[in-house]
Write a protein that binds this ligand. Sequence first.
Ligand SMILES: C[S@@+](CC[C@H](N)C(=O)[O-])C[C@H]1O[C@@H](n2cnc3c(N)ncnc32)[C@H](O)[C@@H]1O
Length: 267
Amino acid sequence: MTDDISLKSFTALDRVGDVEAYVRALEAFDDIPQLQELKRIARDMIRPGSSLLDVGCGFGLETVRLARIVGQAGRVAGIDKSVDFILQAKQRAAAAGLAIDYRAGEAQALPYADASFEIVRAERLLIYLKDWQKAVAEMKRVARPGASLAFIEPEFGTTTINLPDRALVRRVMAHEADTAVVVSWLPGQLYYALSDLGLRDVAVSTRVVLFPQDLAAVYFADVGRNAKKDGAISEAELSAWLSAIGDLHKRGRLFGSVGYFLFTAQN
Ligand SMILES: C[S@@+](CC[C@H](N)C(=O)[O-])C[C@H]1O[C@@H](n2cnc3c(N)ncnc32)[C@H](O)[C@@H]1O
């Protein structure tokens, strides 16, 4: 990932000029082994012939993999607010010869009948929603009795990097947690919200996701620039931040990480 992107834009992608930059960013992140492990655990609950809905599916990076497991005997749908991403998802599915029912729409008001799907899942969606509780309730509504639900989401309070000025790291990362997404501390709320909704067998798996060197260099540099833009750090502090990242990157010694959580539950 070498593009300048802001995570904030995932709340309204149709307003960004270069959607391709966001596609590349999601693809780069998707390659990270620890994230792939969580996705694999989530995929284990999918059987050939299932009916599945991917909420906030983006351009269908994971949806296509799930459609391959479900096969022709099953049914896969994907919904995302971004018209550009849905267009791209349709093109990718057509190129892969997969019949996926993609549509542009709102996670907080799903356009499906009650009890329509056996698997309902979302990945890195709820952190971008003002009313994430409504989206979860909607996902439960469209899930059949006995259906499985799955959510993969990060906890922004855990994002960190190995720069020696720890006070500066704490300030910059606190600014990132407070501004990059709508809900920075989702996992600790979601865990209990699922049982409160009446879902059963709520389970959690976790991985600490390690940023590859190039991705860490670009992402954490952007995080510093955003902090400076909002007045959270000074010009001199930004300069020190960028030079510390540049120095470690040059030597292949960056270590950036973020905690990811997979929640599964039964309807
Ligand atoms: C970080 S991306 C994740 C995409 C996909 N789940 C993945 O893992 O590749 C977040 C996605 O949520 C979508 N999104 C944000 N707000 C939404 C909403 N209110 N309803 C539906 N989708 C939304 C964005 O358009 C974007 O595609």
